[in-house]
Design a protein around this ligand. Structure first.
Ligand SMILES: NC(=O)c1ccc[n+]([C@@H]2O[C@H](COP(=O)([O-])OP(=O)(O)OC[C@H]3O[C@@H](n4cnc5c(N)ncnc54)[C@H](OP(=O)(O)O)[C@@H]3O)[C@@H](O)[C@H]2O)c1
Length: 339
């Protein structure tokens, strides 16, 4: 039997920290022979890397609750990989694993960094979206933090994005009326015609955000699931009903901003007895298997759909990351590194 040739590991390393939008100028391309696995390791081929707004935050010198990516380090990223060679019991060539491969084509990683995925629950594409961090963020964010109840009205920002599209569909399954905001009329059409939202607001065209929300929710909203922050958060806080909840999932409008927007309407929470709460999806890690099983059933039954936005080739990853901040993606954004 002939030994297969050692693959070349293509990598993208952080060259400089951006002050605003990330781009190709912030990365260096390097390549080296893939490292054969030692005991307790596996050599992988990256299939998809996930492109997430948090990655821009990790590029900062002080990202907050996670360590920064150091200059010269391979860009950190989650993704799905195929096992090429393994010295881990229970993991064999051909298996698919969820991990953090980073922006590299052939990482060699230890067992504790790998989660073997169950193909019975869904396809590779399902695992990169609804069964991965995206779907779980939506599931726990809107159900546990938002504490939605049937009959309530929910507003979701960045609704045509990865998390937003899942939040809206989950809230519909729970019997809520759902309004989404998005940045183009085509995205708004997809929300209503394809994903079952009750209404959509193009926030770029709305002369007054509060009036645009009131048009679709004259009695106000019970829950705001926020991915965006900024003026949209102010408009949503003003639209909350008594005992309303605002779930702070993300604030992409502020992530790459050079000047931060100061929220003005927090005072309204007093009279409304309303609650604003942030969360991190990993807070719910012990409940992931159960949530995945339910999400998998909804996917199989067609009750939840995913728009997947695929960019081809690892070298396109920096431009793909910038797309998130320009509204260039519809649905979950991934880079396909190998087929
Ligand atoms: N808390 C957690 O544990 C957790 C976990 C995962 C993700 N998140 C957060 O969830 C949010 C969504 O992440 P995602 O992966 O689903 O990204 P995404 O929604 O797929 O992509 C980002 C979208 O945000 C919108 N956007 C960008 N800049 C904007 C601006 N200035 N104003 C309004 N909208 C803007 C764009 O759509 P438009 O065309 O609509 O502008 C863009 O497509 C992010 O803030 C992320 O950090 C949090």
């Amino acid at each position: 039997m002939t030994t297969p040739p050692t693959p070349t590991n293509h990598q993208l390393r952080l060259r400089a920290r951006p002050t605003a939008l990330p781009g190709p100028e912030h990365f260096d391309t390097t390549e080296e022979p893939a490292r054969p696995p030692e005991d307790g390791e596996a050599l992988l081929e990256t299939v998809y890397v996930s492109i997430d707004p948090a990655m821009r935050v990790w590029m900062n010198e002080d990202p907050g609750y996670v360590p920064p990516i150091e200059i010269g380090e391979i860009m950190r990223a989650g993704g799905l990989c195929r096992v090429l060679d393994s010295r881990i019991e229970g993991i064999a060539p051909g298996d698919l694993v969820a991990t953090r491969p980073g922006w590299q084509s052939h990482p060699t990683l230890p067992a504790d960094a790998l989660q073997k995925i169950d193909p019975a629950l869904g396809t590779v594409e399902d695992w990169v979206g609804p069964l991965g961090t995206t779907g779980l963020t939506a599931w726990f964010g809107i159900r546990d933090v938002g504490a939605i109840k049937s009959g309530e009205t929910v507003l979701v920002s960045a609704a045509s994005g990865a998390v937003g599209q899942m939040v809206g569909q989950i809230a519909k399954l729970e019997g809520c009326r759902v309004i989404g905001t998005a940045g183009t009329s085509e995205k708004c059409r997809i929300l209503v015609d394809e994903l079952g939202f009750d209404a959509a607001i193009n926030y770029r065209e709305a002369a007054d955000l509060e009036s645009a929300i009131a048009e679709h929710a004259p009695e106000g909203i019970d829950v705001f699931f926020d991915n965006v922050g900024g003026p949209l958060l102010d408009a949503a806080l003003a639209s909350l009903r008594m005992h309303g909840r605002a779930v702070i999932c993300g604030r992409i409008s502020q992530t790459a901003a050079t000047e931060l927007y100061g929220v003005q309407n927090l005072g309204l929470l007093i009279g409304k007895r309303a609650r604003v709460e942030g969360f991190i999806v990993s807070d719910f890690a012990d409940q992931f298997p159960e949530a995945r099983a339910t999400l998998s059933r909804h996917l199989r039954e067609g009750a939840i759909k995913q728009h997947l936005h695929v960019v081809e080739g690892l070298d396109q990853a920096p431009s793909a990351l910038a797309m998130l901040f320009e509204g260039g993606n519809t649905g979950k954004l991934v880079v396909r590194v190998s087929s």
